[in-house]
Design a protein around this ligand. Structure first.
Ligand code: NAP
Length: 269
């Protein structure tokens, strides 16, 4: 019996169990994927407890992606950004599949090379996205509520390409300079503040990618549509990152359409 799960805090919004359980059923794999809420002070106990209980793997979400990286040997991409969303508990290896999920979903709408991209957020997902965009040849501007963290990230990533920090309170100044805006914060997500992470004046003539998938239409997506922007929500990113995690755990081709359908159903779409 394959036991998989997701750890995070809070975890109530997750549709990952629906997505992975549908995939395993489709593939004829006897297994279960559980969403497990873990208090931040119990992270280490939870991870090693899951290993002791025979879990094959875990996905890791907000706010643990960086903290959990300290307990594992990291795959090539994860080791560059020190953020992990997929754990192989048998081999004690940590991976990051957020970036590949994001890039696959983005490239369905736009080629990011040579585009100027504002990434809002410097947490686990913001880091992965910014690095992946630099690899694709984008010019990346990072902004973050906590300035020191954003500056640090931009400095670390500047060795990989054109990357700089812009203060969060002043991002309105970037009007007219941007091709793509990415929200890599939980703003707009079910259970978090329902406000938009950027000033409205930025929301025209850009593609807006909100990594939040629940609700599928966040206040940011709604405002961006009103401004005539192309929009992408986090749904396809979720499916593609989940598919890559499943590939790591079971070594088989993931059933993307089945996974997408399960997510849509779980979201009531
Ligand atoms: P994280 O490591 O905890 O980072 C959260 C980021 O959001 C930090 O930069 C934080 O800024 C910022 N932030 C939090 N609350 C804020 C607020 N009230 N105002 C402004 N900024 C705020 O989380 P993560 O793992 O990177 O996840 C971030 C989001 O990505 C999640 O909420 C989720 O919606 C999305 N996500 C989507 C997918 C997908 O597949 N679609 C996958 C994973 C995550 P500070 O540094 O100032 O704290």
């Amino acid at each position: 019996m394959l036991i998989l799960g997701l750890i995070g805090y809070p975890i109530g919004h997750s549709v990952s169990p629906a997505m992975h359980n549908a995939a395993m059923e489709h593939l004829g794999v006897e297994g279960i994927y559980l969403a497990l809420e873990v208090r931040p002070q119990s992270l280490r106990d939870a991870v090693f407890g899951a290993k002791a209980l025979g879990f094959k793997g875990l996905n890791v979400t907000i706010p643990f992606k960086e903290e959990v990286a300290k307990f594992f040997r990291l795959g090539e991409f994860a080791s560059k950004i020190k953020a992990v969303n997929t754990l192989d508990l048998e081999r004690m290896l940590g991976y990051n599949t957020d970036a590949i999920g994001f890039i696959k979903a983005l490239e369905e709408k736009i080629d990011p090379s040579d585009k100027v991209v504002l990434v809002v957020g410097a947490g686990g997902v913001g880091k992965a996205i910014a690095y992946a965009l630099l690899e694709k040849g984008s010019e990346v501007i990072i902004t973050n509520r906590t300035m020191t963290k954003g500056i640090q990230l931009a400095e670390n990533l500047s060795k990989y390409g054109d990357c700089r920090f812009h203060p969060y309170e002043k991002i309105g100044e970037l009007e007219g300079e941007l091709d793509i805006i990415v929200n890599a914060t939980p703003l707009g997500m079910e259970g978090f503040e329902r406000k938009i992470p950027v000033p409205e004046e930025l929301l025209h003539d850009v593609l807006v990618f909100d990594t939040v998938y629940n609700p599928p239409e966040t206040p940011l997506i709604r405002k961006a549509k009103e401004g005539g922007c192309k929009v992408v929500n986090g749904l396809d990113m979720l499916v593609y990152q989940g598919a890559e995690s499943l590939r790591i755990w079971i070594g088989r081709e993931p059933p993307i359409d089945v996974m997408r359908e399960a997510v849509r159903k779980a979201l009531g779409l």
